[in-house]
Design a protein around this ligand. Structure first.
Ligand code: PSU
Ligand code: MN
Length: 316
């Protein structure tokens, strides 16, 4: 049995039933450039603490499964090239052979659940790539959402993916897709993908209640909460789409595929939008950290209701 190593702060919070939010390490090692990746990772942790929860960034450090990285470990993941990107299929290989590995959404969900963490904040989830009906490039993230009871907050899915097909697969797998406060499913850098929200929720408490109710009904799997990027930070679809199309063409020409494809497309879009997509990416990650912390706080309040003070008696 592989047991995760929880840092002191995370271990104490979980033991005390206090809210914890899991954070992904692949977004640090593969999703954003240095030093913005480190600054954003630290900023997300800060936001989660300010909102009353404890952050836990999850990764494999020298063959150990670590829940709650220290600042110098975040620095290592942010500044080192060539860290392996691990999903459900490759997690255990890295634990056995050693070395450092960053965890995708799927792998982070597995370890969060194993550690007793119910809420996870990320940027964008993996999905069905364009042409996925032929290449079968469907992220393991979607299947994990169907299996593992963690509520995942994302800004939807990137326009580098086939968003309509991604939503079809999530529906087939029985994953609730809850769009927070909007009528359309968000497309990461843009507030709307143009596709209607499968389900809409307007309150944090409702998300927390739904999370718990699914567990009590014995429904396996988690929920995907799609949180649109704040208006002031969004990049309109008309601007992003040409960049995505050109990145997709480049990937086909160069034969980039499999797990290299997502990081490749992200980097190309970043170059094409001259850093604007980076600013948007950072903003939505912080926005998701805040919502995830609020959900975690709400779940923990439902689990540990404040004892009612009996009427007519004073407490000393
Ligand atoms: N989407 C992003 N940024 C990311 C990723 C996805 O906008 O960094 C990362 C996440 O770790 C996600 C993974 O879980 O890529 C999906 O990769 P794949 O498509 O190979 O499953
Ligand atoms: Mn893939």
């Amino acid at each position: 049995m592989i047991s995760p190593e929880l840092n002191r702060e995370v271990g104490k919070a979980i033991a005390g039933g206090r809210p914890v939010v899991a954070l992904e390490s692949t977004v640090i090692s593969h999703g954003l450039p240095y030093p913005e990746n480190l600054q954003t990772a630290l900023a997300m942790e800060e936001i989660i603490r300010k909102s009353g929860a404890v952050p836990a960034t999850i990764a494999i450090v020298s063959g150990c499964l670590r829940v709650g990285l220290e600042a110098r470990e975040l620095e290592l993941f942010a500044s080192t090239e060539g860290i392996s990107k691990l999903s459900r299929n490759s997690l255990v290989h890295c634990l056995v052979t050693g070395g450092n590995g960053s965890l995708t959404v799927a792998a982070t969900m597995i370890v969060a659940h194993l550690s007793g963490i119910q809420v996870f904040a990320t940027g964008g989830i993996g999905g069905v790539h364009k042409g996925g009906s032929e290449t079968f490039d469907v992220s393991a993230d979607l299947h994990e959402l169907a299996k593992t009871a963690v509520s995942v907050v994302s800004a939807g899915a990137k326009a580098i993916l086939d968003i309509a097909m991604t939503l079809e697969v999530l529906e087939s797998l029985g994953v609730p897709v809850l769009v927070f406060g909007a009528d359309n499913f968000p497309a990461f850098w843009s507030r709307s993908s143009g596709i209607p929200a499968p389900l809409r929720v307007d309150s944090v408490e409702d998300i927390a209640i739904m999370h718990r109710k699914r567990n009590t009904l014995g429904l396996t799997g988690g929920q995907l909460i799609a949180n649109p990027i704040p208006e002031r930070d969004e990049i309109k679809r008309e601007i992003i789409e040409p960049a995505v199309e050109s990145a997709t063409r480049d990937a086909r020409k160069l034969g980039v595929r499999s797990k290299e494809l997502t990081p490749f497309l992200l980097q190309k879009v970043l170059e094409a939008t001259e850093g604007r997509s980076l600013r948007a990416n950072v903003a939505l990650l912080k926005n998701n950290a805040k919502l995830a912390a609020e959900i975690a706080v709400s779940i923990s309040q439902l689990e540990n209701p404040k004892p009612e003070i009996p009427m007519g008696r004073s407490i000393r």
